[in-house]
Write a protein that binds this ligand. Sequence first.
Ligand code: NDP
Length: 327
Amino acid sequence: AEKIRIGIVGYGNLGRGVEISVSKNPDMELVGIFTRRAPEALSAYFDDTAVFAMNDLDQFRHEVDVLILCGGSKSDLPEQGPELAARFNTVDSFDTHARIPKYFETVDIPARAGKKTALISAGWDPGMFSINRLYGEALLPDGETYTFWGRGLSQGHSDAIRRIPGVAGGVQYTLPSETAIAQVRSGSRPELSTREKHVRECFVVLADGADAEKIRRTIVSMPHYFDEYDTTVNFISAEELAHDHQAMPHGGFVIRSGNTSDENAQVIEYRLALESNPEFTASVLVAYARATHRINQAGQYGAVTVLDVAPGLLSIKTPEQLRAELL
Ligand code: NDP
């Protein structure tokens, strides 16, 4: 069979993850990376990956089956998503939850007009977590859904720590509260506040002569960022920061706790423990690129989300194989 031809738009953490992930899917091939920067300035993960300028993208209209958009949700995707969906099948990871309905509209119109399919907001949250929230609600209508994040590196909170005078470096991890998770797993359907659901853990390198206790107090009382949470602050050396805290771990849980009768509580749990957030997100996007290609070939045009895609379309296997092996 002919391979699905993938193009990557934008080469940051996610773009690099997609480059690697395509190599693990034998039914796909990478046409190349398209970047707004000078192509010769980028060094791809694999030596033989081609890098092109964004301006040359139109030459590849008949060479690419699906473009995976790896730009940022804040300013890249709102611009690139609608523009590229007019001319290519696309997959993206737009993750500004409150803006997804509006973003869907802006991509849907050009995609329909161009007979293209645009899968928006794939990844894990939104993405795999959204699907699991849906399964939970549909299967247990009398119930509550709980989403916990972490252990995960939070870029925004890490930046906030690094801006404090006397701090030479630092990172912040968000962790689900063990107590809260245990309560939810018990099936008791607790009402949990923001403070009760997550705790924050900081690793900080002090500048010469800085007052550790003063900095600890500044962090734990910082409005919006830390004051509503239980926060622990650990002071470490610059070497430890460089050695132990460079990865981008993340993950979390979606738990649905419901009752099918007065007597019986039922609990559904989906867990992700990710050593690399961007590499995992990229793997999800690549599987959805396969589905998007198939949906477009079946003549379904316009924007879709992960909630619209049948699970079998993600798989490299045929429906016959899936029936024999997974049912
Ligand atoms: P990056 O900041 O690493 O990359 C975003 C874009 O910035 C790239 O596409 C690239 O475009 C440009 N860029 C990257 N590195 C440089 C550089 N050194 N100098 C100049 N420009 C650069 O973002 P991520 O890849 O980490 O994340 C992308 C998005 O993925 C996030 O905004 C988030 O919305 C989404 N995401 C979604 C998740 C989900 O579960 N749905 C989970 C994780 C992330 P170009 O090559 O054209 O310059």
